[in-house]
Design a protein around this ligand. Structure first.
Ligand SMILES: Cc1cc2nc3c(=O)[nH]c(=O)nc-3n(C[C@H](O)[C@H](O)[C@H](O)COP(=O)(O)OP(=O)(O)OC[C@H]3O[C@@H](n4cnc5c(N)ncnc54)[C@H](O)[C@@H]3O)c2cc1C
Length: 376
């Protein structure tokens, strides 16, 4: 049971944010920067953030050529260009807020590997560049086939390479550690091991219910506004919010002597992605091999996908190098039906902001800005 002191000092806030992923931390930062007097609490169910933000591959990217072309078809050109704009703006917010040193931000460029089936898409490169020019001012994508032998890819499989100098990489671990530190320094309280079970409105104020992991009794936190940043898990608290989990499998190699790859690399509309981390390769993706099983909240390995990633490393990406896989892990993303981020009032005092999809490193900063501008 709680003491008088705990009830007096720990349970009342101006704003409670559910989830300490990159979006929850961005929302807390934006709010505390604009309203330093506000008393803000983040409730996190894991000991560490436990969704996508500490599990991702650390691409600071806004969409590869084939991904943007696919988005033009599925989301329409206007929505796609808006998203690209928001991602670019988000990266700049993150860099300014945390500094490149604290995020491990490095601009080594990005490359898309084009295999036989996507070769015809290269015909659209000029058109895409023209459309992106209004946002970036220069050509974004250029063909860079001379790099295929330089990086050591199997030229029988990688038919072309599309380069973008605007893509960068971060150190996901350092970024998240320093983001937590940043919000702490701004006076935001983070309580971990606090899984929110429900949010009720009591006497016209939101009451956020958490089960105490020692006393096994309900703790009720009270506030003026709740911001729900629980991504895929939002649907477990608010079933009316339709968001599907999408698991991602990732592997990292042991250090590779003389590794030639540097930068971020994608192929197949962004479904596969790899990068160097110092002299290792981090490689993830392949959800499209098994969408059904990867629509899951369970942090489980899918060896159909992991085997495919390893095969692609051996046969296409590092055909001439000896390497060993050091470890594998999984993370859970959240996807809305239309694959767009969703900001929605569940109640006038409960707002959800979710679904950065596969690009939350870039998108979260600007999405958070929009949320705070609209509701505060
Ligand atoms: C394998 C993988 C690779 C990726 N690679 C990249 C990449 O290279 N670049 C990129 O931009 N994006 C990438 N992404 C996507 C990116 O990680 C996400 O878009 C982003 O992290 C989403 O952030 P979020 O804060 O919305 O969600 P999350 O990080 O999922 O945060 C939600 C938080 O809410 C907490 N929570 C859930 N339910 C509750 C509850 N009931 N009570 C309290 N807390 C709760 C969770 O524990 C979690 O910490 C990748 C994702 C994965 C899985």
């Amino acid at each position: 049971m709680l003491s008088f002191w705990e009830k007096n000092s720990f349970l009342n806030y101006d704003v409670i944010i559910i989830g300490s992923g990159i979006l929850g931390l961005s929302v807390a930062s934006e709010l505390s920067e604009k309203f330093p007097e506000k008393n803000i609490l983040i409730l996190e169910k894991g000991i560490l953030p436990t969704g996508a933000s500490t599990k991702n591959a650390g691409f600071a990217c806004f969409g590869s050529l084939t991904e943007i072309l696919a988005d033009f078809k599925n989301k329409g050109e206007d929505e796609t260009l808006k998203l690209v704009y928001d991602r670019l703006a988000g990266i700049e917010i993150l860099r300014k807020r945390l500094t490149d040193e604290k995020t491990g931000y490095e601009n080594n460029g990005g490359y898309e590997l084009i295999t036989e089936k996507d070769l015809s898409k290269l015909e659209e490169i000029n058109e895409v560049n023209d459309k992106l020019k209004s946002l970036i001012g220069n050509n974004v994508f250029e063909i860079s086939n001379e790099k295929i032998p330089e990086f050591g890819f199997d030229a029988g499989k990688v038919k072309a390479l599309v380069y973008s100098k605007y893509e960068s990489q971060v150190d996901t671990g350092e970024l998240m550690k320093n983001y937590i530190k940043y919000v702490n320094e701004r006076g935001v309280t983070i309580l971990t091991g606090c899984e929110v079970k429900e949010v009720q409105i009591k006497n016209s104020k939101p009451e956020v219910v958490v089960s105490h992991n020692v006393f096994h009794e309900e703790i009720k936190f009270s506030c003026e506004k709740v911001l729900v940043c629980a991504n895929a898990y939002t649907t477990k608290i608010f079933p009316e919010i339709k968001v599907n989990p999408g698991r991602g499998q990732v592997l990292v190699t042991k250090p590779i002597d003389g590794l030639r790859l540097k930068g971020v690399f994608h192929y197949d509309e962004g479904f596969y992605y790899f990068r160097n981390y110092k002299d290792r390769i981090i490689f993830g993706g392949g959800r499209n091999l098994d969408f059904e099983n990867e629509e899951s909240f369970q942090f489980r390995y899918n060896f159909k996908i992991i085997d495919d990633l390893e095969n692609k490393l051996v046969n296409m990406i590092l055909p001439a190098e000896e390497f060993e896989v050091d470890m594998i892990w999984t993370g859970i993303m959240g996807f809305t039906e239309n694959k767009l981020p969703l900001i929605k009032d569940i109640d006038s005092k409960i707002i959800s902001a979710i679904s950065c999809n596969g690009m939350g490193v870039a998108l979260s900063g600007y999405l958070a800005k929009k949320v705070i501008k609209k509701y505060f």
